[in-house]
Design a protein around this ligand. Structure first.
Ligand SMILES: [Zn+2]
Length: 143
């Protein structure tokens, strides 16, 4: 089943917001507290909503393929979030749990994690395997 609606937890008040993929570039506000819903917060995407979200943004998309059991993935998570804050308004940062989303892992041929992909208008333009620091993540999304 595919869906173009995301459920996003507000980073400020914790409220769960229903967010249509088509509004991803509009700096959507939290329905409860009114603050920026996506600021500095990578979106967790799935096989079901990935295409709708990636197709709805005009910005480059950085995809972090990860899994909960992967130590280097967990180590890199804070850097990915920090890069997301630095790239607010310039790139969309998303995370895909490779265990729970086998269709996406297969489509992009993910053989090790963490792997970062950059997509421009849905096409892969860069790839980086292994944990990398904030600067490298920002560089991947820039230029
Ligand atoms: Zn809120």
């Amino acid at each position: 089943m595919t869906t173009d609606t995301l459920h996003v937890a507000c980073p400020h008040c914790g409220a769960t917001n229903r967010l249509p993929a088509g509004r991803i570039d509009e700096a959507p506000a939290c329905g409860r507290c009114g603050k920026d819903l996506l600021q500095g917060q990578p979106l967790e995407l799935t096989d079901a909503n990935f295409d709708a979200v990636v197709g709805a943004t005009r910005h480059p998309v950085l995809v972090d393929f990860w899994a909960p059991w992967c130590g280097p993935c967990r180590m890199m998570a804070p850097a990915f979030e920090q890069a997301g804050r630095q790239l607010t308004g310039r790139a969309l940062l998303v995370k895909v749990n490779s265990d729970e989303n086998p269709a996406l892992s297969q489509r992009y041929g993910i053989r090790s994690i963490p792997t970062l992909l950059r997509l421009d208008r849905g096409r892969e333009t860069k790839r980086q395997s292994g944990a990398v620091p904030v600067g490298a993540i920002v560089a991947l999304a820039s230029g």
